[in-house]
Design a protein around this ligand. Structure first.
Ligand SMILES: *Cc1c(COP(=O)(O)O)cnc(C)c1O
Length: 381
């Protein structure tokens, strides 16, 4: 059966992830990798084959973008060489003199990017706690162009009410960007709740195997602003490579299965940690009684694969635990098959924002009993 391109709304999400080829495959079941950097064109640069130069776009990137747009329910997706490049392309389009409101628990390199690039363009970065919707309302002003947050946030797993923020921001004339890296479209669909853009680090769950870097913006409308992303990508050179696009497309086909197992393991790990007397705070979206639990349960299908934990004894306690894990690896990044642990304050440079006692866990696909056993012995410092 030839699946009709452009009609993904008739399929369920798991099926969309597997059966949304953006390009023809000539009968091959698995897509091929097209590594050519250039295509033959007519004598006056007529586009004869749909593709001309790899930095503009290429077949594997187009294939991935069709899948991403369908999975998020967006009109169009643009894939980039990293999550940072994707976010930077959105920020590059901002007019001089505007404001951007960020949730204060923000991926640290977006904070660094704003600090490095906003002042020369006279753009003001405002950081508010968006778990407090009144605080956001007070911060919104006429020249706010974007409201930007992660939910769950990195690393504190704060939960932001997507629909409520979108209503407020849109009333104030601002657009809304949700960084959905932790949730993935399997657990949460921000565009359906009113967001204008979803961004992802494809490096994390979407790729899923700790072996590619990539990023994407998915836009609700295919308008001039969305088209500008492709123009920015072309001139800044931040397009995703064909091989990485192929690997992410492959990763997306198993994303639903992987997320189910990540969530099951993370819930078990969070439950274990919450009952341990060396643990002060567990940050996990579905943890019973936690702030934001109701919102998390209403906008997410499950709690996700990330758990942050604050260890008694602050920095010394956290580093003691991180130095004792045997199975779980000390490494940055997240969303791969193997479990990782990280002391975020050490990663964030000289002025860390994460609490010194905080360890972030990316709970992988190992057996949960093995992970809990490792954490149990590591907490025995
Ligand atoms: C990793 C990450 C990014 C940046 O993505 P890269 O692919 O590393 O550039 C952005 N947002 C969140 C929430 C992340 O975890």
């Amino acid at each position: 059966m030839q699946l009709e391109k452009g009609k993904p709304e008739t399929m369920k999400p798991e099926t969309i992830a597997i059966h949304t080829p953006g390009i023809g495959r000539d009968g091959a079941v698995a897509p091929s990798i097209q590594l050519s950097t250039t295509w033959q064109h007519g004598p006056a640069y007529e586009n004869l084959h749909g593709f001309q130069y790899v930095r503009d776009t290429n077949p594997n990137v187009a294939d991935l973008e069709a899948r991403l747009a369908a999975m998020e329910g967006g009109a169009v997706a643009a894939a980039f060489a990293s999550g940072m490049a994707a976010g930077a392309a959105l920020l590059a389009a901002l007019p001089e003199g505007c404001r951007v409101i960020f949730h204060h628990d923000l991926y640290h390199d977006f904070r660094n990017l704003a600090a490095a690039t906003f002042p020369v363009r006279n753009i003001q970065a405002v950081f508010v706690d968006m778990t407090d919707i009144d605080a956001l309302e007070a911060a919104l002003s006429g020249n706010t162009a974007l409201v930007w947050f992660e939910t769950p946030s990195n690393p504190k797993l704060d939960i932001i009410d997507i629909a409520a923020v979108c209503r407020l921001a849109h009333d104030g004339g601002a657009r809304v960007v949700v960084d959905g890296t932790f949730a993935t479209p399997v657990l949460q669909r921000p565009l359906a709740l009113g967001a204008d853009y979803v961004i992802h680090s494809l490096t994390k769950y979407m790729g899923g195997h700790s072996d590619i870097q990539g990023g994407a913006v998915i836009a609700r409308e295919d308008d001039a602003a969305a088209r500008a992303l492709f123009a920015t990508r072309k001139v800044t050179g931040g397009v995703l490579s064909p091989f990485n696009a192929w690997l992410v497309s492959r990763g997306l086909q198993t994303l639903h299965c992987r997320m189910e197992a990540h969530c099951r393991n993370a819930a078990a790990v969070a439950g274990f940690l919450a009952g341990h007397d060396r643990v002060e705070i567990v940050h996990y979206p579905f943890l019973p009684g936690r702030a934001g639990e109701d919102i998390a349960r209403s906008q997410m299908k499950a709690g996700g694969g990330m758990v942050s934990v604050e260890i008694a004894g602050g920095r010394d306690g956290a580093l003691a635990m991180a130095s004792r894990v045997r199975l779980i690896l000390n490494a940055t990044s997240l969303g791969g098959v193997e479990s990782l642990i990280e002391h975020r304050a050490s990663v964030e440079g000289p002025k860390p924002r994460s609490p010194q006692g905080l360890l972030r866990l990316s709970v992988g696909l190992e057996n949960a009993d093995d992970l809990i056993g490792d954490l149990d012995q590591a907490l025995n410092f």
